[in-house]
Design a protein around this ligand. Structure first.
Ligand code: 6PG
Length: 241
C-alpha cells in the first residue's frame, strides 16, 4: 500500500486533475469491457468536480459501464438541498448519457434502518466480493475539519470496524441521521481518493500522513486500504502542512 499525495495550486486545478484521472480510469475499464463501480461522497468539496465532469467531460467517455453509488447520504428526500444524490444529479449526472439503472442512490427518504439494510443488496449485485465484502473500483472521500469521513464521525469508531456494509449514523452537531458505508467496505476498495481543500484541514492531514498514534482519533486516519491504493488530492491550502 502506498500513499500518493497530489497538491494543486487552486481548488479548480485540483478538481480538473481529478476529473481527468477519474475519466481515464473509466476509459481503461471500458477498454477492458469491465464494469467500473464508483462510490461518491457529498458535502461541498466535490461540487466543483461534479460540475466540471458534467459541463466539460460529459461526451469524452462512454458512461454505460460505470455504476455510481454513494459513500453516504443524509436521510432526506432526493429533492432536499441537503441530499448528496440531489446535488450530484444536478451538477453532473443529469448532464451525461448514462442508463438510470447505473445510478444507485441511497434512498434518504426511506426509514434509515430499513435502507441501511436494503442498500447492501444493491451494492452486492454490481460488485465482486473479497474478504466477504464488496469491492468498489473507486471510493471518493472527503474529510471534515474534525477528521470525519463518509458519515463516520469522531466518537463513532464502531462504524470503522462494523461487519455490516452500511450503518445508520447520526451527525454529532445537527443530529441529522445519515446512512454510510462502513470502514471495512471503504478499505476493501481498489482505489481510495481523499479529495480535500482548505487550510482548516491541513493540520489533520499532516497528523494522518505522519501516521502518529494521536491521529487515530480521526476516523479519516483509519482509511487504510487492505489491498488497494490510497491517494490524497489536495489544494495548496489543505496541503500546506
Ligand atoms: C457528507 C460527506 C462528508 C463530507 C465531509 C466533508 O455527506 O457530508 O459525504 O463525509 O465528505 O463532510 O465535507 P465538505 O466537503 O463540505 O468539507
Amino acid at each position: 500500500m502506498h500513499d500518493s499525495i497530489k497538491i494543486f495550486s487552486t481548488p479548480y486545478e485540483l478538481a480538473e486533475a481529478l476529473a481527468f484521472d477519474l475519466v481515464n480510469k473509466i476509459k481503461e475499464a471500458d477498454k477492458r469491457k469491465s464494469l467500473f463501480t464508483v462510490a461518491l461522497s457529498g458535502g461541498n468539496t466535490p461540487k466543483l468536480l461534479f460540475s466540471l465532469l458534467g459541463d466539460h467531460f460529459a461526451s469524452s467517455v462512454k458512461w454505460n459501464m460505470t455504476h455510481f453509488f454513494w459513500v453516504d447520504e443524509r436521510c432526506v428526500p432526493p429533492d432536499n438541498p441537503e441530499s448528496n444524490y440531489g446535488m450530484t444529479k444536478q451538477a453532473f449526472l443529469e448532464k451525461i448519457d448514462i442508463p438510470d439503472s447505473n445510478i444507485h442512490r441511497i434512498k434518504g427518504e426511506d426509514e434509515p434502518e430499513k435502507e441501511a439494510f436494503r442498500y447492501p443488496g444493491e451494492i452486492k449485485s454490481f460488485t465482486r466480493l473479497k474478504n466477504g465484502l464488496p469491492v468498489f473500483d473507486l471510493v471518493l472521500l472527503g474529510m471534515g475539519e474534525e477528521g470525519h469521513t463518509a458519515s463516520i464521525f469522531p466518537g463513532n469508531e464502531k462504524l470503522l470496524n462494523s461487519d455490516k456494509i452500511c450503518e445508520v449514523a447520526i451527525h454529532p452537531v445537527t443530529g441529522q441521521k445519515r446512512i454510510t458505508l462502513t470502514g471495512k467496505v471503504i478499505n476493501n476498495a481498489v482505489s481510495i481518493i481523499f479529495h480535500v481543500t482548505g487550510k482548516n484541514k491541513a493540520g489533520i492531514i499532516k497528523e494522518i500522513l505522519e501516521r502518529k498514534e494521536p491521529a487515530l482519533r480521526f476516523p479519516a486516519d483509519h482509511i487504510v486500504p487492505v489491498n488497494g491504493n490510497l491517494y490524497w488530492y489536495l489544494d495548496k491550502e489543505a496541503g500546506s502542512f
